[in-house]
Write a protein that binds this ligand. Sequence first.
Ligand code: SAM
Ligand code: SF4
Ligand code: SF4
Length: 338
Amino acid sequence: MSDQTMDTLGRPLRDLRISVTDRCNFRCQYCMPAEIFGPDFNFLPKEKLLSFEELTRVTRIFTSLGVQKIRITGGEPLMRVDLPVLIEMLTQVEGVQDIAMTTNGSLLRKHALALKKAGLKRVTVSLDSLEDERFGKMNGRGVKVETVLDGIEAAAEAGLGIKINMVVQKGVNDQDILPMARYFYEKGHTLRFIEFMDVGNSNGWKLDQVVPSADIVRMIHKELPLEATNPNYYGETAARYRYVGTDKEIGLISSVTQAFCSTCTRARISAEGRIYTCLFASEGHDLRQVVRSGASDEEVARFISEIWSVRGDRYSEERLKNTKGLNRKKVEMSHIGG
Ligand code: SAM
Ligand code: SF4
Ligand code: SF4
């Protein structure tokens, strides 16, 4: 690793989240509501997506600036044709210590083995309920729970590490907290509860739909006793709790009630190749244009490090003081992938 790029709040650049497509086969109400992302919605044409070669090159440049961990996301990343080819290309980039992917799991049965062979280490599979009717409504496409559970099974068979993400929305799926905790406790996969966030401008976010993580911990602790554990590494997003007397865990991503901006080391590249320095940013920086302008590696590196060095994002901390949500234009989740 060479230079360690720091932002204005002294946070290093360590993680890169790459959105490989803005398309998805789900229409989760909290992310891509079907009323907005309908049949006439204009998704990006192929030529506007960064190619695998371009993504590999910019990843190499990002690692020269301190990035160690890569997360592939979307949209639904498995909608990108030949994704395992990209994974294999990224595993060969010097300085990449870890590659993970976040997926809705629906296409994992088909791709898990190829992903593992390509060098993927871990998947995070999103699942919000174990009850078909509720899950079908939440994913906006009537996809069955069994499809995702089977995808998780395929990932386990392939030898991928597995975590589960559950977005909790009051009055929508809070009754699923305990059944999900019990189920994944038995399965031995870490379940991470995510507070419903005000990402983008289309999901109709309201504070009273957020179930605070502290309430979730209390609820589970009554039935399955929990104890807090220390973070694994600087900048870890999830607060971790262990089931007492076991090595099984849950995680809580409390962007709304316990902001973790002070250790946020994440940069994001959107599907169309813009750099965002915060999940809640209004504007990105056009990396694709720079890459396609014939710029040298040094010029691209300078472009990135100048963006990072003036970064002062701390949206969730600001929201804590103004919990109605800050009224500004924000990038949609399906563009930058969480
Ligand atoms: N399609 C993949 C999936 O669903 O896992 C990857 C992209 S998705 C945008 C990444 C993660 O963001 C998922 O775990 C999803 O549940 C979460 N997410 C999406 N919208 C959210 C919101 N409004 N609040 C909290 N989490 C959200
Ligand atoms: Fe698709 Fe993931 Fe967004 Fe759901 S959360 S609509 S699966 S991108
Ligand atoms: Fe990082 Fe922005 Fe989230 Fe804060 S709000 S943790 S700066 S992505």
